[in-house]
Design a protein around this ligand. Structure first.
Ligand SMILES: [Mg+2]
Length: 124
């Protein structure tokens, strides 16, 4: 587990701080890497998210099917790709990754308090 000190030593701690406009530095960093615009961007970011999630699934499939081993860093890198595209979409529809994390934590904490973590439906 990385500590705050570890993140500071790598210079990444600032990436997860929110600036006065409410957007975290990581989301701004992602925005600098986006190469497409408009509808093309929406499609590219969405397909990128699904494709990268597929790469995670593929590694897990091979782990189970072939009893193969992989360096944990390989799956972490693929998860990073998923987070990148999720952040790109979060920048389109909101104010970046921090907002997504806060909304998700609020939703799941609420479900947990009401005993609704199990079940189905977006608005349970
Ligand atoms: Mg990848």
């Amino acid at each position: 587990m990385l500590s705050k000190d570890d993140l500071e030593n790598f210079g990444y701690y600032e990436m997860f701080q929110t600036s006065s406009d409410g957007q975290d530095a990581y989301s701004k960093w992602v925005e600098e890497k986006i190469l497409t615009y408009g509808d093309e961007r929406l499609v590219e970011n969405t397909l990128g998210l699904v494709g990268e999630a597929g790469e995670v699934a593929e590694k897990i499939k091979k782990l189970i099917r072939d009893s193969s081993r992989f360096n944990n860093e390989e799956i972490l890198k693929e998860l990073g790709d998923v987070v990148f595209y999720a952040t790109a979409l979060a920048n389109i529809y909101g104010n970046g990754l921090q907002q997504v994390l806060e909304l998700n934590m609020k939703k799941l904490d609420d479900r947990q308090k009401r005993g609704k973590l199990k079940g189905s439906g977006d608005n349970r």
